[in-house]
Design a protein around this ligand. Structure first.
Ligand SMILES: NC(=O)C1=CN([C@@H]2O[C@H](COP(=O)(O)OP(=O)(O)OC[C@H]3O[C@@H](n4cnc5c(N)ncnc54)[C@H](O)[C@@H]3O)[C@@H](O)[C@H]2O)C=CC1
Ligand SMILES: CC(=O)C(=O)O
Length: 307
């Protein structure tokens, strides 16, 4: 039996629950929201997919119903309005987390906490602070797992290959200062430029810059039209959850506090049954290292407002 709870049954919480049911991530799923009627309606709607996907017991509940959860996904709080940055949500969502995290930990003291609410890096650092150092390996955020997926999808489209066979990472803030680690992107074991050359696909500095711009601004462009993003992050949260529940030792760019950078930010990390198992140090170019340090500086300054 694997039990997951999602606190925040808005667009992201519902998309995550739906992704989990389609993927068969867990056997029991409980949705909690301060709007109890919304949580009940989403749970009912999603449960109707279970006979034609995976047998998952989906319900709505209160904090008390988190008891026994192996992992709790936190998606509660405000989302961005068109034109707003993630960091502008800081004060509002920090207030939600100060109230919510102690209640979650009170009801499910053994659970791994997976944070998605924005600004996700600062919310992760705040949650880690509220949870205490003994839970350090079990409190982390979705970080740049979504941005990394966007990068892989865009490169795959250019290369005309399966996105699962494109490897590379977005590091740092899940936000405007994020860093695309171009020096480490590979397809079929070849560096990106070598692969594109061998496959006779057009790739140059201009295409690379356009791709990076599209990754960095993906959320803003989607939000400008439909008001929110949900499917990408829903799939990402389901994938991260599976790494924990199935002890996969997956390499994922989740966000966690890093002593050297003095903030929670994303680096490639090994994620498994005990949570964060290892942080990997990638060989980066000097420009990427400097950009990562600047991203950490953005997060340290943002953190000073609420930590
Ligand atoms: N990390 C990532 O990659 C992504 C993060 N997000 C973030 O996820 C968060 C949620 O976004 P949406 O689902 O679109 O927002 P939404 O407004 O649709 O849902 C938020 C839900 O949180 C609930 N809520 C608020 N305070 C609560 C509390 N104290 N206890 C329980 N429930 C509470 C609300 O009732 C609402 O149902 C936002 O901060 C958004 O920016 C969104 C997309 C990607
Ligand atoms: C909203 C957000 O953080 C995203 O889609 O990346």
């Amino acid at each position: 039996m694997t039990k997951v709870s999602i606190v925040g049954a808005g667009y992201v919480g519902a998309a995550t629950a739906f992704a989990m049911v389609l993927r068969g991530t867990c056997s029991e799923l409980v949705l909690v929201d301060k709007n109890e009627a919304k949580a009940r309606a989403e749970a009912a709607d999603i449960s109707h997919a279970t006979p034609i996907s995976h047998a998952t017991r989906v319900s709505a509940g209160s904090y008390a119903d988190l008891s026994g959860a192996h992992l709790v996904v936190l998606t509660a709080g405000a989302n961005q309005r068109p034109g707003e940055s993630r960091l502008e949500l800081l004060a509002r969502n920090a207030a939600v987390f100060r109230e919510m995290v102690p209640q979650v930990l009170g009801a499910a003291p053994e659970a791994t906490l997976l944070i998605a609410t924005n600004p996700v890096d600062v919310m992760t650092q705040l949650s880690a602070q509220l949870a205490g150092p003994e839970r350090a390996a079990r409190v982390f955020g979705s970080g740049t797992v979504l941005d990394t997926a966007r990068l892989r999808a865009l490169i795959a489209a250019q290369a005309n290959v399966d996105p699962q066979h494109v490897h590379g990472y977005v590091l740092g803030e899940h936000g405007d200062s994020e860093v695309v680690a171009w020096s480490g992107v590979t397809i079929a074991g070849l560096g990106l430029e070598k692969f594109m050359d061998a496959a006779h696909k057009p790739w140059n500095a201009e295409v690379q810059a356009q791709t990076e711009h599209a990754v960095r601004h993906a959320a803003a462009e989607i939000i400008a039209v439909k008001g929110m993003t949900a499917y990408g992050i829903g799939a990402a949260l389901a994938r991260i959850t599976e790494a924990v529940l199935r002890d996969r030792r997956s390499v994922l760019t989740v966000s966690a506090v890093h002593g050297r950078y003095g903030a929670a930010l994303s680096l490639p990390r090994v994620v498994g049954g005990a949570g964060l198992l290892e942080t990997l140090t990638l060989p980066l170019s000097a420009a990427e290292e400097a950009a990562l340090e600047r991203s950490a500086q953005v997060l340290r300054e943002a953190g000073q407002q609420v930590l």
